[in-house]
Design a binder for this molecule. Structure first.
Ligand code: GLU
Length: 536
């Protein structure tokens, strides 16, 4: 169906966007991309970015985006992780066309449910001479490693050299292999890695990557529990699901030579996908892989949404719960490793869909700057209409027990919008609009609360009482007249005036703030400050 629609759109020239990446051009069929996470824990930001880049390209090219769950490693399975992945991506606005949560023509999309399909592929490779049965016990494997270490091999491998001394279908007589298989002896199926071959693997981001197979081991493809390993299941499923482009994290680059060899061994070279390995996400300061501890250290969220550890029951808030906007988060992630070629930074999802290209993805790692994410959130917050923001902060106002009108709240939002990073900052940063200052910043008191400031403020209070309507303009001119009468400069009184009104050193435009508080409140706050802080 998607294919038909794509061909029609292509013929009519109505494909929404022109593919930005050369790798997607001149394709006979619409591209099929996939995100293939393993449900081994909460989805790391690097995973969200991988999903995002795949999604952007699928949308840009009129292709299909598939969510496949790779859960063949039962030991690492974590309860709730799959749902967490689905919910995190949904919050980000990353949508799929097929997948574990919605079905589709190439299902099932959970590898544990495809278990029965893999054995035949593993056996096929054995028959073709590209894989073999290995009967070694854990103990025998350990002994081999110890022997090799003792003779000076730092990282012993099961490979073309060592396999001859192990118990497998390449080293044992054929009748013993038959006997063992017939008797139901436990075995794994290993890939028969060529001894010494220079393998060239093409990566869209990295160009040609050359590896000698002498460095690679005979990876297990199929385990004694009847489950395939990641490598076999991943390649078989990419083939069966007709995946055309594999875009994944850099940590999978070392596995790619094996994957390429698997395509070759199956005789599937013609349908081998193009590979693109995305750069790692690095710590905000210095090198090394980004980890949750980096967020913990800064007291900031790390995951997109809140995660409850199924073992401890402990919940950590995500960006969603902390009040970040999904479009700010997506905007931030898009620029981790990719850039548009100029210095623009603000992009909607739709713009990213149009502009994104793998050619502009870097090879080197991208720093995950938590402050930059906060900055993006601030930019998005500034664009929210004050009336809408007022609705968003209303629950905080109610929780604080502040009585206010929606008109007043809207005006506070208009004034304070620029100063908030998160919607959730509102109740902490705006207290003084709803209450008299709870305290006065001691540094400002120390520096500015000096004679004749307090008496000027009493005169200002008196003068304001005589004003009927007090807008920002009136307040400023009355203030100015008091300043002149005292023979001072405006600047000498400004900070103290703000202190008297809000208790703080910084804030929005002072006279506008005063006008919003209203004449009576300004007068009362001035008198109260003199009462509390004395006459200087
Ligand atoms: N299951 C792998 C993961 O957890 C998938 C890697 C790939 O995309 O091939 O990331």
């Amino acid at each position: 169906m998607v294919e038909e629609r794509w061909v029609q759109q292509k013929k009519r020239g109505t494909l929404n966007f022109v593919a930005q990446s050369k790798v997607f051009m001149n394709q006979g069929t619409p591209p099929r991309l996939r995100f293939a996470p393993s449900p081994t824990g909460p989805l790391h930001p690097g995973g969200v970015r991988t999903a995002l880049f795949n999604y952007l390209l699928a949308r840009q090219t009129g292709g299909t985006f598939v969510l496949r769950i790779e859960d063949t490693d039962q030991n690492r399975f974590v309860e709730g992780a799959e749902q967490f992945i689905i919910d995190s991506l949904a919050w980000c606005g990353i949508k799929f066309d097929e997948g574990v949560h919605m079905g589709g023509p190439y299902g099932p999309y959970r590898q544990s449910e495809r278990k029965s399909m893999y054995r035949q592929y593993a056996t096929e490779l054995v028959e073709k001479g590209a894989a073999y049965y290995a009967f070694d016990t854990e103990q025998e494997l350990d002994e081999m490693r110890d022997r090799m270490k003792a003779s000076g091999t730092a990282s012993p491998q099961y490979n073309s050299i060592t396999r001859v001394n192990m118990k497998n279908s390449l080293s044992l007589p054929a009748d013993e292999v038959r006997r063992r298989l017939g008797a139901g002896d436990p075995y794994v199926i290993r890939f028969r890695m060529p001894r010494n071959e220079e393998l060239r693997v093409q990566d869209v981001i990295r160009g040609w990557v050359v590896v000698n197979t002498a460095q690679l081991d005979d990876k297990v493809l199929f385990k004694s529990d009847g489950m395939p390993t990641y490598h076999l299941a991943n390649v078989v499923d990419d083939k069966l699901m007709r995946i055309t482009h594999v875009i994944r994290g850099e940590e999978w680059l070392p596995s790619t030579p094996l994957h390429v060899l698997l395509y070759r061994a199956f005789g599937w070279e013609d349908s081998m996908p193009q590979f693109a390995h995305l750069p790692l996400l690095l710590k905000p300061d210095g090198d090394g892989k980004l980890s949750k501890r980096d967020g913990d250290r800064l007291g900031l969220p790390f995951y997109a949404i809140s995660w409850t550890n199924p073992e401890t029951g402990e919940t950590t808030a995500g960006y969603r719960e902390a009040g970040y906007f999904p479009n700010a988060y997506v905007n931030f992630l898009a620029l981790l490793g990719w850039n548009p070629g100029d210095n623009r930074e603000m992009f909607t999802m739709e713009e990213l869909v149009q502009l994104f290209s793998l050619e502009r993805v870097n090879k080197h790692g991208a720093r995950y700057d938590f402050q930059k994410l906060a900055w993006f959130n601030q930019q998005y917050l500034r664009k929210i209409a004050p009336a809408d923001l007022a609705l968003m902060v209303r629950p905080q106002v109610e929780a604080a027990g502040w009585q206010t009108t929606s008109g007043f709240l809207e005006e506070v939002c208009r004034l304070m919008r620029e100063r908030l990073t998160l919607v959730g900052d509102f109740s902490n940063m705006c207290i003084y609009f709803f209450e008299f200052p709870r305290q006065y910043d001691p540094e400002v008191v120390e520096k500015r609360w000096k004679s004749p400031v307090p008496s000027c403020f009493l005169s200002l209070a008196d003068a304001l009482e005589r004003v009927d309507a007090m807008g920002a303009g009136e307040l400023e001119s009355v203030f100015e007249s008091i300043v002149v009468a005292a023979g001072l400069k405006q600047g000498q009184l400004m900070q103290a005036f703000r202190l008297a009104l809000s208790g703080e050193v910084g804030g929005p435009a002072l006279f506008e703030m005063g006008a919003l508080l209203g004449r009576d409140s300004v007068v009362a706050r001035l008198r109260r400050a003199v009462e509390m802080l004395g006459h200087g």
